[in-house]
Design a protein around this ligand. Structure first.
Ligand code: PGA
Length: 253
């Protein structure tokens, strides 16, 4: 059985008080509402990691993640944060290759290979993002485009390392736009990606890989998306900033 995962991506939002308030609400609701069998990950900006971890404590199945890490282990890289630092501050997951990082910070598939390596070397689980822009979807070449992102960044991994990866499919045209992929579009891509992973790492490994959907996922559409055979949860942006919405998504399996 693969894990059901809902990860919240705060992006560059919330000051200290707002972050503490949101986390406290989520932790309390999470405990009160008896969530079972869902792994929940909060991915705040770096400066929030430590105080958010303090509030999460050892709540079972509720984890801390970051939105990025350096491709370097340590050294003179001003402004960067290493995977080993993140781990030492209590992070268990790291989002890598988000389309905003690819677009605004020019992160290439090659750079992401190095980031994935760092994450794995220091015991973080990468939530590896992939997804196509609108023009690629309209040209009908989206499957090949997204498969290539996986091939170039992940296919050099050993089977043992690959088994630690979580994939997040996020069509760029659906991120923050209010325009969600239909559950059939999500399922079609997730199935194609799972087949692609199976061709390299074997069917069993592919069957154990959680593939999350991201892009305007909200309490109104999560149930439909999560009902699909190859959709194992969500990477949630905007709706993860509202505790009730985020919890309702978590409860949508
Ligand atoms: P969104 O963002 O839910 O606000 O569309 C998803 C993401 O970018 O991870």
């Amino acid at each position: 059985m693969r894990k059901k995962i809902v990860a919240g991506n705060w992006k560059m939002n919330l000051n200290y008080e707002e972050g503490q308030k949101l986390t406290s609400e989520i932790v309390n609701m999470y405990k009160d509402e008896n969530i079972k069998d869902v792994t929940v990950v909060l991915n705040p900006p770096f400066v929030h990691l430590f105080p958010v971890k303090k509030l999460i404590g050892n709540t079972p199945n509720l984890f801390l993640g970051s939105q990025n890490c350096s491709e370097k282990a340590a050294g003179a890289y001003t402004g960067e944060t290493s995977a080993s630092m993140l781990k030492s501050f209590g992070a268990e997951y790291v989002i890598l290759g988000h389309s905003e990082r690819r677009e605004y910070f020019k992160e290439s598939n090659e750079l992401l290979t190095a980031k994935v390596r760092q994450a794995l070397d220091y015991g973080l689980t990468p939530i590896f993002c992939c997804g196509e822009p609108l023009e690629i979807r309209e040209a009908g070449t989206h499957e090949a485009y997204v498969k290539n992102q996986l091939t170039e960044s992940l296919f050099g991994l050993s089977a043992e390392d690959f088994a630690k990866i979580v994939i997040a499919y996020e069509p760029i045209w659906a991120i923050g736009t209010g325009k969600t992929a239909s559950s059939d579009q999500a399922q079609e891509m997730h199935k194609a990606l799972r087949e692609h992973l199976a061709s390299k790492f074997g069917q069993e490994a592919a069957d154990h890989t959680s593939i999350l959907y991201g892009g305007s996922c909200n309490p109104g559409n999560a149930k439909d998306l999560f009902s699909k055979a190859d959709v194992d949860g969500g990477l949630i942006g905007g709706a993860s900033l509202k505790s009730r919405d985020f919890m309702d998504i978590i409860k949508s399996f």
